[in-house]
Write a protein that binds this ligand. Sequence first.
Ligand code: PGA
Length: 264
Amino acid sequence: MSGTGASPRPAVVAGNWKMNHGPADAVAFARELELEAEGVAEVLLFPPATSLAALRGALAERGLSSRVGLGVQNVHPAERGAYTGEISASLALASGAGFALVGHSERRHLFGETHDDTARKTAAVLAAGMTPILCVGETLGERRAGRLEEVILRQLDHVLTTAGVSDRLLDGSRFYLAYEPVWAIGTGETATPGDASEAHAILRSCLIDRLGSEHGLDVPILYGGSVKPENASELMGAPEVGGVLVGGASLDARSFSAIVQSGS
Ligand code: PGA
């Protein structure tokens, strides 16, 4: 469950498979997934776009379509056109994705995505009627230099200012946020629950400031970075932590199921 300060809502447990699991592995995953009853954690999966259809079909076979939300890991900001190799939000939506990760640190650091790119992608995802999960986070160098607040607020603020988030929320769209310290992603190094709460509280006050208290309190803030079954429950119990975004440990259906259970 989300911690104090946030509105009472189920914890969000999201799995980002990154560039892993083709259609056959996605089907095997769906068959092994063990989910408890309805209405507990909100479960989301972000497979490679090429595995969306297979995963969607396998979840439907198990009667889990309404229990597990699907998303893509990236979109192009344009709606259509000559952008070889890219996928627009509307194409993702038509393939069954209701969510999209935006600004994941691997996109920012390996593919050079700028603040403007993340803002344009967020706007495109919202315009398509999908829910973006904007990822923000500082590097180890930035944290050591005492720049945590400046860095994560700049990443969030630019999107809130230029992607029309406030207007979209008034129209009924949803906006999720994930705090993922870069030094904790794929490293086995996890932020302490206190570290996560501190960063989430900074983000929460910016959300309230910019979106008003009703919408600002409603945005789930997920923690991501080396989340696993052993630490998920403690992290999700921390104040302001509204769920987790899981990379490596989401590849195995049993370990992902155990993390979902921790959020229930
Ligand atoms: P990790 O990845 O759980 O493997 O650290 C998290 C993420 O990149 O979202």
